[in-house]
Design a protein around this ligand. Sequence first.
Ligand code: SAM
Length: 277
Amino acid sequence: MTEGDDLPPLREVIARYGLNAEKSLGQNFLLDLNLTGRIARCAGKLDGETVIEIGPGPGGLTRAILDAGAKRLIVIEKDTRCLPALADIAEAYPDRLEIMNEDALEIDETALFDGRAKIIANLPYNVATPLLIKWLNKRERFSSLTLMFQKEVSDRITAVPRTKAYGRLSILCQWLCETKREFDISPRAFTPPPKVTSTVVTLRPRAEPAFPADQAVLEKVVAAAFGQRRKMLRASLKPLGKPPEDMLEKAGITPTRRAEELSVEEFCALARVYAAA
Ligand code: SAM
């Protein structure tokens, strides 16, 4: 007998505690233990690790993270209805699970642990991107983030230049992290099924950003360029208030190119020139 073996199946947990999915909370539950185990494994070895899970809901992924060996798991769940189900899991895995009834957008997770932690989550889609941006700004405290997004957002995170999905989110994420697309999950795997396919992505924060640049300046330059993504850079960069052709020449970029053709490295070169101009 191992920890957690006594816990009832998730469908029973949902029925027992009346956890009817709330759309406003982005509740699409994963009940397939093979899938939750697969997501937890994307985060690498969990033995001895501190893990943060956002939105555990009835606790399917929570159980998988504990089964994978996490030493300490802190879960942050906004919906009070889920707390009794999570308390049952805490009892089945003594001294390993801490339950916080909080809003993930408000809480500072980094105050809850020393050193570095991993984040693993099937995110509520309505707040997924703001949460990711929040964690990127505290990236030194996270060794990895294994996150499920709607496929369209995962596509943007991992997109390469000259594709439709490539844009501000791709550049920020890839500048700060190594990004890896893991696998897709069909809507049918969820209860209730969402309208779109989901994709798991792992982001591993870099010790240093991939190329030198000031983050605020880089974000400003990238926002201007993609503000008019179909225009040539000599036109789209005009709102920055400095002569675009000069900046582009100094950065070694042909002025007739468009935002979606530039690599992260080229955007960083442009940001450095803009900061110095
Ligand atoms: N982890 C569970 C699973 O995989 O079956 C549930 C995932 S469900 C997509 C998202 C979860 O996030 C729900 O349990 C929901 O109540 C919770 N949630 C939504 N908004 C939240 C917020 N702002 N802070 C914390 N949890 C939130």
